[in-house]
Design a protein around this ligand. Structure first.
Ligand SMILES: Nc1ncnc2c1ncn2[C@@H]1O[C@H](COP(=O)(O)OP(=O)(O)OP(=O)(O)O)[C@@H](O)[C@H]1O
Length: 288
C-alpha cells in the first residue's frame, strides 16, 4: 500500500526574509482521497498546492511519501514551441510512457476534453479555453497517483468541466488522490473526503462531511456473477450498497460519479449487468 503524502511542520515563505505564507502545516493525503482546499484570495492556497505537487519545496519542515504526481497550475504557459498533441506526447514520454502509448493517450485526452480538432495547432495559437484543456490533459494522461488541480476548471466549457469531474472520480476510484482548489463552492459538492481552509499561516479542517450524501444521488440495480463481490473501486465510490439477492446489489452513488460507476461495472471482468438506473430526487441518509 502506498504511504500517505505528508506535509510535516511545513512552512513556506518567498525570499529569505519574506513573511511566512504557511507555517507549521501538518497534512496527510491518503490514497483514494479527494481533498478540497479553500481560503480567501491571496491566503496561500496555490502555495500549499505547489508544495503538495512538489513544484516548490517547503522553506522549513518536510514532505514525505511523494507519489507519482501531476499538477494543473493556476496559470499554464501556453506559448510553447509545440503543437498540442506534440506537447502532450512529449510530456507522456517524460512521465515514462513509450512514445506510441504517449501519442495514443494524448489523442484520447484531447478527444475526451473536446479538443481533438486542435491536436495539430501550435500551442501559442490556442485560445485560453483550449490551452486549459491541454493543461488538464497533460496532468491526466499519465494516470498520476496524486492529481493537484489549482482552479483547473476555470476557462473550460461545460462539457470539458463535466469531463474533468468524471476524470477526478476515475482517479479516486482507481485509488489515486486528488487535491483541488476551485472558486465555485458547488464544484464536486458533497464528494470531498476532507476540506481544509488556509487561515492565517495555518490550515483548518472544515467539519467532516455530512453523514448523509448532500448532492443529488443516482440509484443503480446491478447484477454480477452469483458469488459476485462488488469490485473494490466500485465499493469506494458508492454511498450505499445493499445486497438484494446473491450477486445483486442496489447501489446509490453521487450523480457526478454515476458514469464512472457504470463504466467500471460494464468493463469489469466478468462484466456486470446494469438492470436499471434512476435518479434519486432527494438524498437519504447513508445506509449499509
Ligand atoms: N512567487 C512568489 N513570490 C513572492 N510572493 C508570492 C509568490 N507566490 C505567492 N506569493 C505571495 O504569497 C501569498 C499567497 O499567495 P497564493 O498565490 O498562494 O494565494 P492564493 O490563496 O492561491 O491566492 P488566489 O486566491 O488569489 O489565487 C500572497 O501574498 C502572494 O503575494
Amino acid at each position: 500500500m502506498r504511504p500517505d503524502l505528508c506535509l510535516r511542520n511545513a512552512g513556506r515563505r518567498y525570499g529569505l526574509r519574506g513573511p511566512w505564507v504557511l507555517r507549521g502545516v501538518d497534512l496527510a493525503v491518503a490514497p483514494g482521497r479527494l481533498v478540497r482546499v479553500e481560503g480567501a484570495n491571496g491566503s496561500g492556497k496555490s502555495t500549499l498546492l505547489r508544495l503538495l505537487a512538489g513544484i516548490d519545496a517547503p522553506s522549513e519542515g518536510r514532505v514525505t511519501g511523494r507519489p507519482r504526481t501531476a499538477y494543473v497550475p493556476e496559470r499554464f504557459p501556453p506559448a510553447l514551441p509545440f503543437t498540442a498533441a506534440g506537447y502532450l506526447t512529449h510530456l507522456g514520454t517524460v512521465h515514462g510512457l513509450p512514445r506510441a502509448a504517449a501519442a495514443r493517450a494524448a489523442g484520447e485526452w484531447l478527444e475526451r476534453l473536446g479538443a481533438a480538432a486542435y491536436a495539430e495547432t501550435p500551442m501559442a495559437r490556442l485560445s485560453k479555453g483550449s490551452s486549459q484543456k491541454v493543461a488538464v490533459a497533460q496532468a491526466l494522461l499519465a494516470e498520476p497517483e496524486l492529481l493537484v488541480l489549482d482552479e483547473a476548471w476555470t476557462g473550460l466549457d461545460t462539457e470539458a468541466r463535466a469531463e474533468l469531474e468524471r476524470a477526478v472520480a476515475e482517479r479516486t476510484a482507481a485509488g489515486g488522490s486528488v487535491v483541488f482548489v476551485d472558486h465555485d463552492p458547488s464544484r464536486l459538492a458533497g464528494l470531498p473526503d476532507a476540506t481544509y481552509a488556509v487561515r492565517g499561516t495555518g490550515l483548518v479542517e472544515s467539519a467532516s462531511p455530512e453523514p448523509g450524501p448532500s448532492g443529488p444521488q443516482v440509484t443503480a440495480d446491478v447484477q454480477g456473477p452469483p458469488d459476485g463481490r462488488l469490485p473494490d473501486d466500485v465499493r469506494r465510490m458508492v454511498t450505499t450498497a445493499d445486497e438484494t439477492a446473491p450477486g445483486s446489489y442496489r447501489l446509490t452513488v453521487p450523480a457526478p460519479h454515476s458514469d464512472i460507476l457504470l463504466r467500471t461495472l460494464l468493463t469489469a471482468r466478468p462484466p456486470w449487468h446494469v438492470v436499471s438506473v434512476s435518479p434519486q430526487a432527494t438524498a437519504s441518509g447513508r445506509q449499509g
